[in-house]
Ligand binder design. Sequence first.
Ligand SMILES: [Zn+2]
Length: 427
Amino acid sequence: MLISNSLLVVIETLIFVELLETCTAQQLPLLPKLALELFELRKEQIQDVLNAISLLFDEQANVLRNTDTNEPLGHEDLVSTCAQLADLIAERNLESEEKGGHDIKNITIEVTKRSVSMYKELMTTWNPENNLLPDNEKWDRLSQVRIFFSPLNCNQDYMIPYEINWEANPAGNVFSVPDIVKLRQRPKHVEYLCENNEVPNYGGVLAYFFIDAFFVPPHELVHFLQGCTKQIDNISHHVSWSAEHDASRVSLMICMLVIGQMIRNGELPDHFLHLVACNAIRGYLTMRKYLQSYVGPTNDHSGEQNESPLTAYSVYMDWVHAFGMNLPAADWKSTRVKPFGELCVKHMISVDGIISYFSDYQVLCNDILKSESKELMRKTYELLCIIFENRQDMEVHCEEGRKALSDSMAKYQLPSVSNTTIDAWLS
Ligand SMILES: [Zn+2]
């Protein structure tokens, strides 16, 4: 196994408690059925972790109880439970470090390697005519990508955001990743990560990095390919919306393909797919609620009063339907862009991306575990064709770029993203 079971089970418990925190009444039956399935599968192990912090899952009342006071846990208690679980993650991570390994760092290396192979396979085996990128050399550059673990040793505060950044850059063929092992001795970096990612402590940062180790390499490698193929996005609106859209839309699909391969190789347990899906749903629910509650500018940029200001969620949906091409930042300028949230958008589109192809989780699960991801491979290939076919060496927003995109969307029958399919996963 790529991760020690003692560390994995605390991360599972943390995700389960965080999911419970998203429910209004903190009761188990209100969770999405996917999360209930995961809980059923891992009940005993999760209960052991809860016991270690004096909690008990009361199956009769379907609530978590404090074993000392016998009181059920409310929303605030769940927040502090998450902090306690994060401390436990730090403890167990240290145990695995002392045995000479570092699970999260090793996973980052492994997932990056496999994501590179997955992109290459999709572009060669699945593309016999090689019509996607006429220049083979561009795809070969993927094999030259090497991970550089940033040592986090610059003592200047302004450097912290750059040092903790994950970024794959075609200049030098480097994928920079923060050195997770060094993080324990870097309180300022930890403090920065806690504030910016709303995690409670160092253990929370580790859990966050654990998830990122699966999600970020597939995303960053698309940016690498965009750079290699000189696919130029319009960056005049602060955030490169189209590039972010494309990288995020395909990232969870590649992530699931890689995880499927690892499960079939016996490197990850079978239920790991459920865990990733549950975490994706948890993030989606939190972020959708946030975007739905944020009402946009009441004045537009020319100073005119908006009759009915939009919510950030409806702006997001328009952007998704336009395949990332309608630059929401143009209407959500300066400080108003922030609530639209780059992080929210990246996460949500990665979930919407896969759900639009697989409205039924069980179908996706069977494909990955029983059919060697054949269907997911085909869908991912088609999505990559839409992203890259005939768009290399051009500004994607130009007339020719827009035409190439709409032709590919029609050719590969891009499914639309709809609330109905999403709600089926979330129910
Ligand atoms: Zn990005």
